[in-house]
Design a protein around this ligand. Structure first.
Ligand SMILES: Cc1cc2nc3c(=O)[nH]c(=O)nc-3n(C[C@H](O)[C@H](O)[C@H](O)COP(=O)(O)OP(=O)(O)OC[C@H]3O[C@@H](n4cnc5c(N)ncnc54)[C@H](O)[C@@H]3O)c2cc1C
Length: 425
């Protein structure tokens, strides 16, 4: 029986562990955090009521995630709705989530709207991004859709997500965002934590083990021919195989035996951290679910009013709003306390809803995570490592190997299924 240590209990690690355990392998999942779910984990806003730490939904094109949710018996609670998506421009929210809403999108002259619509339609019909390789999204969009479309719609979005690196993002990444987006959004009632709790249960039922609150510190070859995994809790496991689902850069730090040529090729590039301030309010703030904040001067890039999508009755009647950001990992916001984030963000809410008053806020939580957003530059593809590494028995599969799509639960699950197919062929 093969003994496998899986590092990380996010979507990827849990799917790998589940599939290997189903096959009868001995699986041990090692996870630093006290609960499974990784970036898609939730928190309790009151006992028994869970909310994702970072806003999450699925698209209809997320077939791997949908398939797994159905397989695990949670399909009846996967709800599909078409909530309102808007772009804040010149102080006004404009619906921008369909060809018709684009035709009515006032901040752009009509000819620019038609031009942008035609190029978006082209991207949706393009079956793969091969002919877009080598181009940056910024340059491609400016040339095809025009400078105004870039300045008003896409530039602020790219800068919101990638900051100063916005101009370097690869066009295939943008293609994937446009191509696979659907207006219907899916949400697992009760939060995606349920998916990861169910996976953890199934792994245990199949004989696997989950060690939560266990941070891996080092991976080394063992004289027995296997790999030795050391944890900060003082454990030392010898296994036949290690699957690391951590950012490639973190795996490189944990495995000192990885040779220099591997490091120089794959310990590469940069990633941003994510930050979300979650507010509970006693009344609605906006009418939309998703708001891209395209006006300058806001300290957050997206305002996601979860309870304009899911019923607030599921959340004790609260109105729940996420204020989201991606930032370089040394940005002070990622270490700010919740009250500091509230103090920084709440004055800007009156620019969105002039009636807003700080006493609408009944509760607040904040979350930050490192290595949450790969920066997909034009040469990113050349640095993605294969599943196997120069260390026999050490395998890597992480969301940093997802390309050209943006990271997402669906793509971590897909990568997990492909890795297991490779391990067991
Ligand atoms: C703000 C935000 C919004 C998002 N929105 C969506 C969305 O709408 N839809 C969607 O599908 N996806 C969304 N995502 C992406 C989605 O959350 C991720 O793609 C997915 O959860 C990644 O899963 P993973 O297992 O690959 O990685 P992770 O979830 O990062 O899992 C890696 C795990 O490894 C653990 N770990 C790290 N170091 C160690 C160590 N040394 N020892 C042990 N364990 C360790 C971490 O704690 C973590 O649990 C969003 C992400 C963010 C940040």
């Amino acid at each position: 029986m093969t003994r496998t240590a899986v590092l990380g209990a996010g979507a990827l690690g849990l799917t790998v562990a589940y599939r290997l355990a189903q096959r009868g392998d001995e699986v041990i999942v090692l996870e630093r955090e006290p609960l499974p779910g990784g970036l898609a984990a939730g928190f309790e806003i009151e006992p028994g009521i869970w909310l994702d730490r970072f806003y999450h939904h699925l698209f209809e094109s997320d077939t791997n995630a949908i398939g797994l949710i159905n397989e695990l018996g949670l399909g009846d609670d996967l709800l599909w709705r078409r909530p309102l998506t808007v772009t804040l421009r010149d102080g006004t929210p404009h619906q921008l989530d369909s060809p018709t809403s684009l035709l009515r999108f006032g901040p752009l002259p009509l000819l620019d709207r038609i031009r942008m619509g035609a190029w978006l339609a082209y991207l949706r019909t393009l079956r793969g991004p091969a002919r877009l390789e080598g181009h940056t999204a910024a340059d491609w969009i400016r040339r095809r859709m025009g400078a105004r479309a870039y300045d008003v719609v896409w530039g602020p979005l790219l800068r919101g997500k990638f900051g100063g690196l916005a101009d370097e993002i690869a066009m295939p990444w943008f293609w994937a965002r446009v191509h696979d987006r659907t207006a219907q959004l899916g949400y697992l009632r009760g939060g995606f934590q349920r998916l990861y709790d169910r996976l953890a249960e199934r792994i245990t039922e199949a004989g696997g083990t989950l060690r939560l609150g266990t941070e891996v510190q080092e991976i080394r070859s063992d004289p027995s021919g296997g790999l030795r995994v050391e944890t900060t809790t003082g454990e030392s496991l010898v296994v036949d195989r290690v699957v690391s689902t951590l950012a490639v850069r973190l795996t490189c730090r944990l495995a000192p035996e990885l040779p220099d040529d591997y490091r120089s090729r794959h310990e590469w590039g940069t990633a941003y951290g994510a930050h979300c301030l979650v507010l509970a309010l006693d009344r609605p703030l906006t009418q939309s679910y998703w708001m891209n904040v395209n006006d300058p001067g806001f300290p957050f890039m997206a305002l996601v009013e979860h309870t304009n999508y899911m019923h607030r009755a599921d959340y004790g009647g609260r109105h729940l709003v996420y204020l989201g950001n991606y930032r370089p990992m040394d940005d002070p916001l990622l270490r700010a306390s919740t009250s500091e984030a509230v103090a920084q963000f709440s004055p800007h809410l009156a620019r969105i809803n002039p009636e807003f008053r700080p006493d609408w806020v009944t509760d607040a939580w904040s979350f930050s995570a490192p290595f949450a957003q790969p920066i997909v530059t034009v040469d990113y593809r050349d640095h993605i490592p294969p599943f196997d590494t120069p260390i026999p028995g050490l395998w890597v599969a992480s969301m940093f190997q997802v390309y050209p799509h943006d990271r997402g639960q669906n793509y971590s699950i897909d990568l997990a299924e492909r890795l297991v197919a490779r391990l067991t062929r």
